[in-house]
Ligand binder design. Structure first.
Ligand code: NAP
Length: 246
């Protein structure tokens, strides 16, 4: 919705991934002055459309609109972002249909790299509903010992220094520096921050952190593409469930 340049890039990348996977995508690029009623009508229409298995509303939406109402309106079995409270609750109890794409992508990276989470000290920096909180929950389900840091955390550096696995999802360029990383730690950088010179950097100072880490993700090219891959996975899952129920 509207003309957010970052959203435009994300939507284009998601459309490209759909094309690559053989998923038919429909784009509704709504103008910035769309009313709540118009948006809700569209969601209602897509909820009832049998040719649509997954729906996502690219956030953020313009400030005059109620984001919570939009998230609540998407049918939980088509909620491929896994933001609906029904899906969030299922994640909490560990019995879920969809995982939110970014934390799911991080888990996949850790697993594919052969890193065992059980018993490890995991520190997640950030407590947003879409990244930090579900991330912490997934690490907990994988038997990590999890600490969540946020803007009121007293000694961030000292807490991060204890971590075997660090996940940074803050939105502050290069906040996490090499001196905060324990030798041999695994460092996952979720952050995507655009500097005034247009350069894209993460929440981790890559060069200094890479000297200490046993594994580290770059920005761009690390968690970002995984997020899109997990969106495709959720969409295929939704399609299979709808097909079985037909
Ligand atoms: P958000 O909603 O703004 O949350 C940021 C979190 O960081 C908050 O919990 C905040 O604490 C905490 N924080 C802010 N400053 C801090 C500091 N100095 N020390 C410790 N904690 C601090 O952001 P988000 O949506 O979770 O996104 C985080 C980052 O990930 C952004 O750069 C975003 O662009 C990126 N992202 C990337 C992907 C991807 O696909 N790669 C997907 C989603 C987001 P409080 O709660 O106390 O305010």
């Amino acid at each position: 919705m509207g003309d957010d340049p970052a959203s435009r890039i994300y939507v284009n990348n998601k459309k490209k991934a759909c094309e690559y996977c053989g998923i038919r995508s429909f784009e509704y690029a709504l103008p910035g002055d769309t009313t709540q009623e118009e948006l809700m009508d569209l969601i209602e229409k897509l909820n009832g459309d049998d040719s649509v298995d997954g729906i996502l509303c690219q956030l953020p939406i313009p400030k005059h609109l109620d984001e919570k109402a939009v998230i609540n309106a998407i049918r939980p079995d088509k909620d491929v972002d896994a933001f609906h409270p029904a899906n969030v609750g299922k994640i909490m109890i560990g019995d879920y249909d969809f995982l939110p794409c970014t934390p799911a992508g991080v888990m996949e990276l850790i697993r594919e790299s052969g890193i065992d989470i059980a018993g490890k000290e995991c520190v997640v920096i950030g407590r947003s509903n879409i990244v930090g909180k579900p991330m912490a929950m997934l690490l907990l389900h994988a038997h990590g010992t999890v600490t969540i840091c946020h803007s009121k955390t007293k000694d961030l550096a000292e807490t991060v220094r204890r971590a075997d696995i660090v996940v940074a999802a803050v939105g502050v360029p290069e906040l996490i520096t090499g001196d905060m990383i324990k030798e041999g730690a695994v460092v996952i950088d979720v952050g995507m921050n655009r500097l005034p010179d247009k350069k894209l950097v993460g929440d981790v100072a890559f060069e200094s952190a890479a000297k200490k880490a046993s594994a580290i993700t770059p920005v761009p090219g690390g968690v970002g593409p995984m997020t899109i891959a997990m969106l495709m996975k959720n969409t295929v899952k939704a399609a299979l469930v709808h097909h079985e129920n037909k």
